[in-house]
Design a binder for this molecule. Structure first.
Ligand code: BGC
Ligand code: BGC
Length: 849
């Protein structure tokens, strides 16, 4: 494994391929890419991009201090400032030795790897890093380190913190002022743990809701994101000239720049294949207010614009963001995001710094290699000294503005260690208000809502008493999985909220997850929906909500003559017509976070039956009329949603919703042939033959031959002319041959079948050969086929079949495949391929080990 690990990392993208076109940077030919490679002047109307005046002005005294510090710093110290290693792989000693500029804790990373770490543990660690950074041993200059964390819906990595609704719910509120309060409360909770910086807000304007990060987006309409961006930044950082970056505030991050929500097919880390006008008009909206409010950091997106990775996009990072929009803070990379740029690996990427990245987020154990390579690239001039100085100046500017040189050790700051501020009642009250205002009512026949708390009430469904489910991803753990109610002390589940109100009013309430009741209720609340997920793992191929258990429960309760209220937990609009039909009322509660009681505030009336809290939420995303209606956005030419953007009933409405169309859901069990050809004499639609090298360069092969790095493909004759392909690896580096597409293919109908191809081995492989099926840059996996190739009779055609199950076991999601075939090796080999296909009825041997 170890020797294998590095090439694999370097080629993470090659494996994923992600179709050439979506996960990996295209090795664009400079000549024809002037419009987006960033290296050439671009013939684009300047007026497309706004010029932005930040509320945080340049301060001459502070700028003088930057100049003074820069003059004192050694080259080594300067390069150290560019590094942001992750908690699991960095010690205070490293911070001192390498003059590390920043650290982070990734989602699900805690002091001592202890999920239940106490406030004092976080603080002690922050102090340790800080003191190391302030050491002047051996003549080093003291530069305070900054620690960043993903506080994306409250200080969500900390046990006991207030977890606000995820952004999608906040978008439904249309309440910018509350956004500011949420930012301020979050900042205060972060400050308790001595952390300086939050990787929020996400300003994605998500256009294709199949993306697993849809819930991190406020709305599909840029105007909501515009209205919120600046407010969240002000809440987190404070206001320029007033309480800006006081000890109760933290540095904010506008992320992920740019068009993370605009990728084709909603593919995570994919490609936004849109015009520059659309890029600015839709995706830049939130940045315009966030930068104006003085956001001090911007995170580059994993994704690409017109096939060029944002982490290597000089035109967007430098020419537009920094020069045109006047951003004078720092640009931080995303988690190894630099590694996917053409010509880069996780441990070497001058191209990113040269494009305008100021800090590498380098979360792996090998970040010191990145440090040494970057140092060497500065010494050789590959990274110009002026660029390094500019990056360091930006980092120092942010640290000086944040007062980190004067604030002293994290534990000595105003809110440090004040445990009572974590999950403070005032913060929970804000979160509870946000929950109330975020609920969107899609159906309320016979005005069954709000329900009198004096009624006999059943609360059912797997989301009823499940704070982990209602909190979603980025909650204690990265994907939000593995939590129980005990991981959210001080929080309330939806059931707990309902129970306390009902008990107080003298009604009766029964909790039964499976819906079997002791006492027949008047009304049943059924709480169900999506289970937690986060980036990558949350991507889906279509938008149907499938859940036979809860559908049956709604129907059964209905048949029992009970009024049924569906409370739907979800991170995105989902086609759920059968569920809506089976309920008398249907309310979308999104991902409400730790304050489930806010749901009860709305769905229960006062004891006298009058409204307790109004239902106010308006859809922040268009609700689809079929599972395959994505992308679907307000303003589309042919806009026919089930529920339009902005829809949401109020209690004043007396609207009877008739039965909704259910047939759209039975997506015609599309006739799938028994054998699906991928390469049959030619490359079949929608795939392309693509070569990838170990530096993420890629090259589509559209003619009869092609070479990239260590691999050459050529057309050869088997049964007829040019009906097979010969693949030759020279062993100089890892390289792979892929059939890939930017369009997802649903291969689930082939689940029991196999990947089948004919192969002829002319030179046996000198190293392991892997075959993979991928569904994204971190979706899918490969298995070795070295043995089959070695056993094949030399120079003769034989057939190989590998069960699709073998890939499913490696996390390949067969319903959303981008690359049905990727063959890679770092050794030598000479192999020919013929008739590559996916078959339903082929019995394959046991999975190769
Ligand atoms: C995510 C970012 C996040 C970072 C640090 C990345 O994978 O895309 O949103 O800030 O990790 O956890
Ligand atoms: C980290 C996350 C990060 C993700 C990206 C996880 O291991 O904890 O913070 O965003 O990896 O791949």
């Amino acid at each position: 494994m170890p020797s294998f690990y590095k090439p694999l990392m370097a080629a993470a993208c090659s494996f994923a391929v992600v179709a050439a076109l979506s996960g990996c940077d295209k090795n664009i030919n400079e000549k024809d890419s002037a419009s987006n490679s960033g290296d050439e002047p671009v013939a684009v109307e300047k007026s497309l991009w706004p010029s932005i005046e930040s509320a945080v002005k340049k301060d001459p005294a502070l700028e003088a201090k930057i100049t003074e510090l820069l003059a004192q710093l050694s080259l080594e110290q300067k390069v150290g400032q560019l590094m942001q290693p992750e908690l699991r792989h960095v010690t205070p000693q490293d911070v001192k030795e390498y003059s590390v500029g920043a650290i982070l804790n990734g989602g699900g990373s805690f002091p001592g790897e202890n999920k239940h770490a106490k406030v004092d543990d976080w603080l002690a660690l922050a102090d340790g890093f800080y003191h190391a950074s302030m050491s002047t041993d051996g003549g080093r200059v003291a530069i305070p380190v900054i620690w960043g964390t993903d506080a994306v819906h409250g200080h969500n990595n900390i046990i006991g913190a207030t977890l606000f609704p995820h952004n999608i719910g906040l978008g439904a509120m249309r309440n910018p002022e509350l956004i500011r309060q949420i930012g301020a409360a979050t900042a205060a909770e972060i400050a308790v743990t001595g952390i300086d910086w939050s990787f929020a807000p996400t300003l994605a304007v998500v256009r294709d809701d199949r993306w697993g990060r849809t819930y991190e987006s406020y709305a599909e309409d840029p105007e909501v994101v515009r209205a919120y961006g600046g407010m969240m930044v002000e809440g987190l950082q404070g206001t320029a000239g007033n309480n800006f970056l006081s000890e109760r505030h933290v540095i904010a991050t506008a992320k992920h720049f740019l068009a993370d929500g605009g990728t084709l097919g909603g593919v995570d880390r994919g490609n936004a294949a849109i015009s520059e006008a659309e890029l600015v008009r839709i995706h830049n909206a939130g940045y315009e207010t966030a930068l104006a409010a003085g956001a001090q950091t911007v995170m580059a997106s994993f994704s690409s614009w017109q096939d060029v990775k944002m982490h290597g996009h000089k035109y967007l990072l430098t020419d537009q963001l920094k020069n045109r929009m006047g951003f004078d803070g720092l640009v931080v990379g995303d988690w190894n995001g630099h590694a996917f740029v053409s010509g880069c690996t996780p441990v070497s990427c001058a191209a990113s710094i040269n494009a305008g990245l100021d800090i590498f987020m380098a979360p792996d154990a090998n970040w010191k290699e990145l440090y040494h390579n970057t140092l060497a690239q500065v010494k050789s001039g590959e990274i110009p000294m002026a660029r390094l100085d500019d990056a360091v100046a930006r980092i120092l500017r942010v640290k000086l503005r944040a007062g980190l040189f004067e604030k002293g050790a994290p534990s000595t700051r105003e809110l440090a260690g004040k445990r009572e501020v974590i999950g403070a009642p005032e913060h929970r009250a804000i979160a509870r208000q946000a929950v109330r205002e975020s609920i969107v009512l899609l159906k309320n026949n016979q005005q069954v809502l709000p329900v009198k708390p004096t009624a006999k009430i059943l609360v059912a469904g797997d989301g009823a008493d499940n704070i982990g489910k209602q909190a979603g991803g980025w909650s204690i753990t990265w994907q939000g999985t593995g939590n129980t109610n005990a991981d959210f002390p001080g929080g309330t589940s939806v059931y707990q909220g309902i129970a306390s109100a009902v008990t107080a009013a003298g009604g009766s309430v029964e909790l039964s997850v499976d819906g079997n009741y002791q006492q027949k209720p008047d009304v049943a609340f059924v709480v169900f929906g999506e289970d937690p997920y986060a980036e990558m793992q949350g991507d889906v191929n279509q938008l149907a909500y499938k859940d036979p258990t809860h559908l049956a429960l709604l129907k059964k309760l209905n048949a029992d003559g009970i009024k049924v209220v569906a409370l739907f937990i979800t991170g995105r609009p989902l086609w759920a017509n059968e569920f809506i039909n089976a309920a008398d009322a249907f309310a979308v509660v999104w991902l409400p976070g730790s304050e489930g009681a806010g749901v009860a505030d709305v769905v229960l009336a006062k004891a006298d039956g009058s409204v307790n809290a109004a239902v106010k939420g308006k859809l922040p995303f268009s609700w689809p009329a079929s599972p395959v209606q994505s992308p679907l956005n307000v303003g589309d030419a042919d806009y026919q949603p089930q529920f339009a953007y902005g829809f949401g009933l109020t209690y004043a409405d007396n609207t009877e919703t008739g039965l909704l169309e259910e047939t759209a859901g039975q997506i015609a069990a599309s006739v799938t042939p028994d054998s699906l050809p991928i390469f049959n004499q030619r490359v079949m639609n929608p795939w392309q033959l693509v070569l990838l090298d170990h530096l993420n360069n890629m090259q589509p092969v559209t003619t009869s031959s092609g070479t990239l790095g260590a691999v050459t493909v050529s057309s050869i004759d088997y049964k007829v002319q040019e009906d097979a392909r010969r693949l030759q690896w020279d062993g100089s580096a890892l390289a792979s041959v892929n059939f890939a597409s930017t369009e997802r293919s649903d291969l689930s109908a082939y689940a029991g079948g196999a990947l089948v191809f004919d192969v002829k081995v002319d030179a046996k492989p000198s190293a392991e050969v892997n075959v993979g099926i991928f569904c994204g840059s971190d979706c899918g996996g490969a298995i070795p086929i070295t043995q089959q190739l070695n056993n094949a009779p030399a120079g003769e055609w034989t057939s190989v079949s590998i069960a699709l199950d073998c890939f499913a076991q490696k996390r390949t999601k067969l319903d959303m495949v981008l690359t049905p075939f990727a063959l890679s090796t770092s050794g030598t080999a000479d192999i020919s391929l013929y008739n590559l296909r996916i078959e339903k009825n082929t019995q394959a041997p046991a999975c190769p080990e």
